[in-house]
Design a protein around this ligand. Sequence first.
Ligand SMILES: [Fe+2]
Ligand SMILES: [Fe+2]
Length: 289
Amino acid sequence: MTSPAAHYDRMFRRLEKARWSLSDIKFDAVDKTLVSPTTLRFLRINCLMELSSLYAVRMFLRDFREMPDFCQFMSIWYYEEMKHYLVLREYLKLWDLEPDVASLGELDTELSPAPWPPTLALHYCGELRLGMWYHRWSDEAEEPVLAQIYRLIGNDEFRHAGCYKEFMEEAASARPELLLEFMQTCKWMLFNPTGDKHPTTMKADRDFDAAVTDRIEGYAEFRVMIQSTIRDDDEAELRRQVLATLSRLAGSPIATMRELAVHTRRLKEGRARQMAGSRRPVAAEASLI
Ligand SMILES: [Fe+2]
Ligand SMILES: [Fe+2]
């Protein structure tokens, strides 16, 4: 039987086998005539978004303290996310358009503390969505080196989603009551995909703090460009995958968002009944005093 603390060990080996190197990218073969100024603006913001793993990893290590196995996995995740930042940065360097290192401190954000179960489900869906975006951008990139970079990053994001999913499966089997939180978070992530559904777009720790994306110049244009590249069938495939995971966790098929809503409501009612039931003996005891 797999020990509950064995994910990191297995994930390390699995991701090590699939890992690509910066030296695999032939930056000197980039055909600059195939890259438009719009693409470069998009890439610059994309690069800064990847840097946000820096703020996210601090949040993960803080909020997942009770899960050392997950915190160990963060060392791999953080390394790979920062490599995404680096490879995009190296690409931008060919035009001297890479973000200015001296100004990066202005983006620093302290993400608000939150319970770990919704964060886990949120990142599972988020990584799947990112993988989908990168693969779509890879298909549509005219410049072959950029298409290769997007393909590699997309593969990483899908593998990350797979790891988050395993942590969700383990958590749900140890504590079945977490299923409701996972479902509610996934429902929120799948509903209205045009909204900002990335952890770094959420409010920072203090009321007067802005989210990372509020501080990235041109982020609104970046959102519009994302929406123009992503198709309805991409989102439908994302929904299919998330619902398949939730079906497995629930032990019964959930094929549509409507079925997910019904299932979530049933679990919520069950929990409310349970809580009402667990309150009753306290009232009974009180009446004895
Ligand atoms: Fe990434
Ligand atoms: Fe990722």
